[in-house]
Design a protein around this ligand. Structure first.
Ligand SMILES: *Cc1c(COP(=O)(O)O)cnc(C)c1O
Length: 374
C-alpha cells in the first residue's frame, strides 16, 4: 500500500541548477542575482509597489509590525484561527492581539465583527486569507480608512489567489507571503514582504538590512553606509532565492495542479456532502488550491477518521489550536465578542493530503477510504 503523506516538498525545474549557478557567481549572502530576480518577478506578476524577500513569512510579519510603528499597548485585530506568527510578530513589539471570530463559510476573519473590536488603541487589522481564499477586502479596507488603521494581509497561504482581479497580499498596506515547504511555492523556509504603500518602502529596506542604509548606499544615493534605525537581518541567502526563483518559473503549473487535486477531491466527496456526512470547502476560481479540508460533525468523528486513514497509510492533519485558547494567547491577548465559530470549526476540520506530486489515483484512494469510514 502506497504511503500518502500530508505534504511532500518537491522539485519541479531548475532548482538545483540555479543553486549551482548561484555558487559559481560567487555571491551567496543576500540580495544577489536571484534575490533581485525574485523581487522583480513579484513586483511584475503581482503588481505590487515593492517586494522584499525575507527568510520566512514570520520575518515579513515582524517587519510589518515595526513598519506599523507598533508601540506597547497598541491593539491589533486578527482572527484567533491562524498561525502563531500572525499574533506573535505584533506581541514582540508590545501589542495586544484582539481576537475576533471567523466566518463559517470561508473560515476567514468575519469583517462584520471588526468595528465592534475597535478601541482608541487599535492600530492594525490583520486579515488572514485562510486556505488561499480571499477575505472581504473591500469591506476591510473601507473600515480601515474610516478608522485610520493600517492593514497587514497575512497572505502566507495565498500566493496567486486574487480578490476582484487583484493579487492577495497587494491590497492592504503590507502583504506577507510564505514559501515554507508546506505552502504552494516553496524554498524550504522563505517569505516575502510586499510593501504596497510607497511611504513605507525606504524604511522597509532599512529594517531588513539590520537597521542600516545599505540599500541606499549600493544605489549610490548616500555616500556612507551606517546605522540609521532599528532592524534585524531579515533577508535570505542566495541559495534559498535561487531555489525559489526556479519554483516561480513554474508557479502556474504548480497552482493548476493543486487546483486540479482540489477539484478531484470535491468531485469524489460530493455525495458524502449531499448525504450530510461532511462539509466541503467553498472553492472558487480565484483561489490557489492551497488546501483541501473537510468539516466533520464532531471532534470524535474527526479523531476516528484520522485513525481509520492512518491505518491505510494516509496522513491527514488537523489545523490550528485557536490562539485565544492557547497559553500565550491568554497571557498576551484578549477576545472581542464570542468565539463560537472558531471553537466549533477548529475541532472538526481535517486537512487532506495535498502536494504537487499527488495524482488522481491518490485522490481516489483517499476518497474511497473516507467513504469506507462512513
Ligand atoms: C505558514 C503560515 C505562516 C508562517 O509562515 P513561515 O514562512 O513559516 O514563517 C504565517 N501565517 C499563516 C496563516 C501561515 O499559514
Amino acid at each position: 500500500m502506497k504511503h500518502i503523506p500530508f505534504n511532500k516538498p518537491f522539485i519541479i525545474g531548475r532548482e538545483l541548477a540555479l543553486i549551482a549557478d548561484a555558487v559559481e557567481r560567487g555571491h551567496l549572502s543576500g540580495d544577489g542575482t536571484y534575490t533581485k530576480l525574485c523581487h522583480r518577478w513579484f513586483e511584475e506578476r503581482l503588481e505590487c509597489r515593492k517586494a522584499l524577500l525575507t527568510h520566512s513569512c514570520t520575518a515579513a510579519l515582524e517587519m510589518a509590525a515595526i513598519l506599523c510603528d507598533i508601540q506597547p499597548g497598541d491593539e491589533v485585530i486578527l482572527p484567533s484561527y491562524t498561525f502563531v506568527s500572525t499574533a506573535n510578530a505584533f506581541v514582540l513589539r508590545g501589542a495586544v492581539p484582539v481576537f475576533v471570530d471567523i466566518r463559517p463559510d470561508t473560515l476567514n476573519l468575519d469583517e462584520m465583527l471588526i468595528e465592534a473590536a475597535i478601541t482608541p488603541k487599535t492600530k492594525v487589522v490583520v486579515p488572514v486569507h485562510y486556505a488561499g481564499v480571499p477575505c472581504e477586502m473591500d469591506e476591510i479596507m473601507d473600515i480601515a480608512r474610516r478608522h485610520s488603521l493600517l492593514v497587514v494581509e497575512d497572505a502566507a497561504q495565498a500566493l496567486l489567489s486574487t480578490y476582484k482581479d487583484k493579487a492577495l497580499g497587494t491590497i492592504g498596506h503590507f502583504g506577507c507571503l510564505s514559501f515554507h515547504e508546506t505552502k504552494n511555492i516553496i524554498s524550504g523556509e522563505g517569505g516575502a514582504l510586499l510593501v504596497n504603500d510607497a511611504r513605507f518602502v525606504g524604511r522597509a529596506e532599512v529594517i531588513r538590512e539590520k537597521g542600516t542604509n545599505r540599500s541606499q548606499f549600493f544605489r549610490g544615493e548616500v555616500d556612507k553606509y551606517t546605522w540609521v534605525d532599528i532592524g534585524s537581518s531579515y533577508l535570505p541567502g542566495e541559495l534559498v532565492s535561487a531555489f525559489l526563483y526556479a519554483q516561480l518559473e513554474h508557479s502556474d503549473e504548480i497552482t493548476a495542479q493543486r487546483c486540479r487535486i482540489c477539484s478531484a477531491y470535491a468531485e469524489q466527496l460530493a455525495l458524502l456532502e449531499k448525504a450530510g456526512k461532511l462539509r466541503l470547502p467553498r472553492f472558487d476560481a480565484d483561489s490557489n488550491g492551497h488546501m483541501f479540508y473537510i468539516l466533520l460533525d464532531s471532534l470524535a468523528t474527526r479523531t476516528a477518521l484520522i485513525a481509520h486513514l492512518k491505518a491505510q497509510d494516509i496522513y491527514p492533519v488537523f489545523h490550528y489550536v485557536p490562539l485565544h485558547s492557547s497559553p500565550a494567547g491568554h497571557k498576551y491577548g484578549r477576545v472581542s465578542g464570542n468565539m463560537q465559530v472558531t471553537d466549533s470549526l477548529s475541532e472538526r476540520l481535517l486537512r487532506l493530503p495535498l502536494h504537487y506530486e499527488m495524482d488522481d489515483a491518490d485522490v481516489a484512494r483517499i476518497s474511497t477510504a473516507i467513504r469506507g469510514f462512513f
